[in-house]
Write a protein of this length. Structure first.
Lengths: 622, 299
């Protein structure tokens, strides 16, 4: 009977420590893998005293209490030994020995130098090249062909997945772990299946034939090319993750081969591993990968001659965002001016000069335009005449855009205050003191004001100017928050994107970006979008905090995205304004300006307005 | 909405009369349906819950496990209520199912309450760790506990951590979380990790065949199974006005959504509602263990 203590111990505790010698021959060196039934060790074979001969020792600890189950487990282990003993193929490890000791059984196998494919996928930054993956896939077809044509009965590997594929230093693959075959019972309450993700539908019914291995190979290659682990996704969902959408560098030819391997119905897949290999080779020839003659550069998405409807040139950089109001577009510039332009043709209505650069987005209320300037003031200008009505002084530059709500205008200043100014009197209702410049634009919802601060503080202030709660990010929150369904979102220079409970300030989730963000989020239909200095625009599911897609631009993104109809518009410091499909993250078009874009677009009535540091304001058809 | 001006001037809300203060949670009497628990006299906001469990009519063991905890420890400034509710449905040979579900629930409750301890004792401290990450870590702990306590067994796990208006749900398997709103909408918040559900999603089998499908009990994700576990974790607003229902498949597999709603709103209180749900599932044959937790936000 099994030892009760052992059965309740974790696998880690039961591991052999290094230095232990098994059957006076194999000295355990270290653990190289942990499986369901025990560990795999690297060991030295003492029968070769004058050289260091390394072997892999695979251990099986039988923890089952039921005699029938115990017997099945031993039979499975012996079957693995017997299968391996009859096979001779360069991609299959050789077996040297099989023995039992202290209620454990051991297989002694060829030690494979190298790394398993799962480790390679995880350790690689970015995608593996099509060339490498294609080479491995062809070799895997070879070894599957060999197994499937085994006499008298075909051998079905049944557990093809990246962690069972070793890649040796000469880039050849070796299939490891033939210890598959989990007993599978149908129908009884509580029956469960083992590893999900790589297995085809029929394997869940216990009907795994050669075509099941084809599917699992397709799944393995899909994982290697896409970096999306199928164990983290629902079963049979590869169709929802088209390879070229995730990794556009993959050829359509290879994608087609993988799609065929991953067909739901076995009959729709390749008829054999040999047929799949032929298709892979054909794809490799067509793309030139196997001819070693690289085809000309892949087709590049062009800007297909998009022409602006009109442009307007300021005297310096345009870093702010535009405002549309009653047939006019308002835009500030580093040249100190706020411009009012005719939205139809871009003709100047008027310009109003402040005494500092204008990098904020104007706001409008009852015929007045509100704009903050680096001259430390908030200016309130008649939209009709362009004449100033009143100004409000702060003691620092104003980089935060005005937000108008409930008869007040809210904005931050480098003087470290959030200001609430009464619209009818032009006087401060209150000032909320922080400890660093406030460049984030306040967001007002449900009687509360949210704003970030350059030292990383994020504040929730009530309408009396009293703090309700605050959260401290690790670095500056320049990002302007937005709120939806009781959750407030903002980015930080600390590389995190935060979702906080708007009432109490708890962190509901945070999302890691490659670098920090000073861009502001935009929410729409359960998604939140944010640009980052890592060059990406991210679309994140607001409920699950999972990345839905990311779009890579060529430089940092400090522009804040805007959704209009089914497209997202966002600028990048690479000089382009991008139009991206909201649900897929696919590029629809892009338009290149002559300088980095740091401001945010406005889309109104099917027209996109965007300023660039090349001094121009552009208008484009959405 | 009050004029903004009043707020700026610091006008405070009217103090409650002494009589209003003595009104507490309604316990028995009126059907809970709509209005009785939305009384404005209940303050602060709080979660109330009812639970019910039955072995069912065809099983020899109870392999379900549940946990319900509510607290309102905040002061005036930080009065958000807190609740933690967990349902687990164990499975596996012999009596391993109950070992698995109980290990999962105990480990998870222990882990989360430890993490929430600072907040419970000193609410003004706030919480640094994202709730979804806390939930993920708790499920990982529970997974390890199940693997050690009952190797080869497995359990479903559906947990709701509710703070204020937002609930963060962690889910593996085919137990369910429902949002039932008082306007009659019944929404399944979780996605069953069952093979049959997946085949239905793929259009491989029609919905009407799922209930009788021979493989309906096969899960593709369960705690204690597989090396890599990817739980579903998400945050959604608490159904208000309405109810949160967590239950094992012993309940939902025999009761249509409409019945759930009618039984709950016809009952005098949450405990009574859970009893009617369980009685109805047993009347429908009681093919499996039945567990239900019903939660409401009042005040």
């Amino acid at each position: 009977m099994p030892n009760e203590d052992e059965s309740s111990e974790g696998a880690l505790k039961a591991q052999l420590s290094s230095g232990i010698t098994l059957v006076k021959r194999y000295v355990i060196q270290e653990v190289i893998g942990v499986g369901g039934m025990g560990s795999v060790y690297r060991a030295r074979d003492l029968h070769f005293p004058s050289v260091v001969k390394l072997v892999a020792v695979k251990e099986m600890i039988n923890r089952a209490t039921d005699p029938l189950v115990r017997k099945t487990i031993v039979q499975n282990f012996e079957r693995e030994a017997n299968i391996l003993a009859t096979l001779n193929h360069p991609s299959i490890p050789r077996i040297y020995d099989y023995f039992s000791e202290n209620n454990r059984s051991y297989l002694v196998l060829e030690f494979i130098h190298g790394k398993d494919l799962e480790a390679i996928i995880n350790e690689t930054d970015g995608f593996l090249t099509e060339e490498r993956v294609l080479g491995w896939a062809i070799e895997l077809c070879d070894v599957l062909s060999f197994l499937h044509s085994h006499k008298p009965d075909p051998i079905i590997f049944r557990d093809m997945k990246p962690s069972n594929v070793m890649v040796n230093p000469t880039e050849h693959i070796i299939l490891v772990d033939f210890g598959i075959a989990k007993p599978f019972q149908v129908g009884q309450k509580g029956t469960m299946i083992g590893t999900e993700g790589y297995s085809p539908p029929e394997q869940y019914r216990g009907e795994a034939g050669p075509l099941a291995d084809i599917y699992a190979l397709g799944a393995t290659v899909h994982h290697a090319l896409s970096r999306r682990d199928p164990r983290l996704e629902p079963p049979f969902s590869f169709g929802e993750r088209p390879l070229r959408k995730i990794n556009p560098a993959i050829s359509a030819e290879l994608e087609a081969v993988i799609n065929t391997a991953l067909q739901y119905n076995p009959d729709d897949r390749f008829r054999s591993a040999e047929a799949m290999k032929e298709a892979l080779v054909a794809a490799g020839r067509k793309t030139g990968i196997l001819n070693r003659t690289r085809s000309a550069t892949a087709s590049v998405q062009s800007s297909v001659g998009i022409k602006p409807i009109w442009v307007f040139q300021c005297e310096d950089e345009v870093r702010g965002a535009p405002l549309y109001h009653q047939g006019a577009v308002y835009i500030g510039s580093y040249d100190h001016n706020l411009y009012s332009l005719n939205a139809a043709d871009g003709k100047l209505n008027w310009k109003y000069a402040t005494d500092g650069g204008v990098v904020t987005r104007p706001a409008v209320f009852e015929g007045d335009i509100f704009i903050g300037s680096e001259d430390q003031r908030l200016h309130v200008i008649s939209a009709r005449t362009g004449k100033v009505n009143w100004t409000y002084y702060t003691e620092g530059r104003v980089h935060s855009s005005p937000c108008i709500a409930e008869g007040h205008v809210f904005f931050g200043s480098d003087d470290q205050y959030i200001h609430a100014v009464n619209l009818s009197s032009g006087r401060a209702a209150w000032r909320f003191e922080t400890v660093a410049p406030v460049r984030s634009t306040p967001f007002v919802a449900h009687d509360t004001v949210f704003a970030g601060c350059e030292n990383g503080d994020f504040y929730c202030v009530d309408f009396r100017g009293e703090m309700k709660w605050h959260y401290k990010a690790k670095m500056a929150v320049t990002s302007s928050p937005c709120e939806a369904n009781g959750v407030v979102y903002f980015g930080s220079l600390d590389s995190s994107f935060y979702a906080l409970d708007a009432r109490a300030g708890w962190v509901i989730w945070r999302f890691r970006m490659g670098k920090g963000s000073i861009a502001s989020p935009y929410t729409s239909e359960g998604l939140v979008f944010i640009g980052s200095a890592d060059g990406n625009i991210y679309a994140i599911d607001t409920h699950t905090s999972k990345e839905v897609w990311r779009f890579k631009t060529e430089h940092q993104v400090s522009s804040s995205p805007v959704v209009y109809k089914d497209a997202l518009y966002c600028g990048s410091a690479d000089g382009n304004i991008y139009c991206i499909e909201v649900h897929t993250g696919r590029l629809r078009w892009k338009f290149a300006t002559k300088g980095p874009i740091t401001g945010s677009p406005l889309v109104y009535d099917d027209i996109v307005y965007i300023g660039s540091t090349d001094h121009f304001l552009y208008t484009l058809l959405a | 909405m009050k004029p903004f001006f009043d707020r700026l001037r610091g006008k405070k809300t009217k103090p409650l009369s002494a009589q209003a203060n003595v009104n507490t949670t309604p316990l028995l009497g009126e059907p809970i349906g709509m209005d009785s628990t939305r009384s404005s006299h209940i303050e602060p906001q709080q979660f109330i819950s009812g639970c019910g469990q039955s072995i069912g009519k065809q099983r020899e063991h109870n392999e379900d496990c549940l946990f319900a905890f509510s607290a309102t420890t905040g002061d005036k400034a930080n009065s958000a209520p807190l609740g933690l509710y967990i349902v687990a449905d164990g499975m596996g040979g012999q009596q391993y199912g109950e070992v698995a579900s109980s290990a999962a629930v105990r480990t998870m409750a222990n882990y989360l309450l430890k993490r929430l301890h600072t907040y419970l004792i000193n609410p003004s401290e706030g919480m640094e760790e994202p709730l979804q990450e806390m939930m993920r870590a708790a499920i990982t702990e529970a997974q390890q506990a199940v693997t050690q306590a009952a190797p080869g067994s497995g359990t479903t796990l559906t947990a709701a951590l509710v703070l204020g208006q937002q609930m963060t749900i962690g889910h593996v398997g085919d137990s369910r979380a429902y949002a039932l709103r008082t306007d009659g909408r019944v929404e399944v918040l979780t996605r069953d990790h069952s093979l049959v559900k997946r085949l239905e999603e793929l259009g491989q089998i029609p919905s009407e065949e799922t209930a009788a499908h021979p493989q309906r009990n096969i899960l593709y994700r369960a705690l204690g199974q597989g090396e890599v576990l990817e739980p579903d974790i998400f945050t959604a607003p608490f159904p208000q006005p309405g109810f949160l229902l967590l239950c094992s498949d012993g309940l939902w597999s025999v009761l249509p959504d409409d019945n759930l709603y009618n039984l709950i709103t016809a009952a005098p209180n949450l405990i009574g509602a859970c009893q009617s749900l369980i009685a109805a599932a047993n009347d429908a044959g009681g093919p499996d263990n039945i567990s239900a937790i019903l939660v409401q936000l009042i005040g």
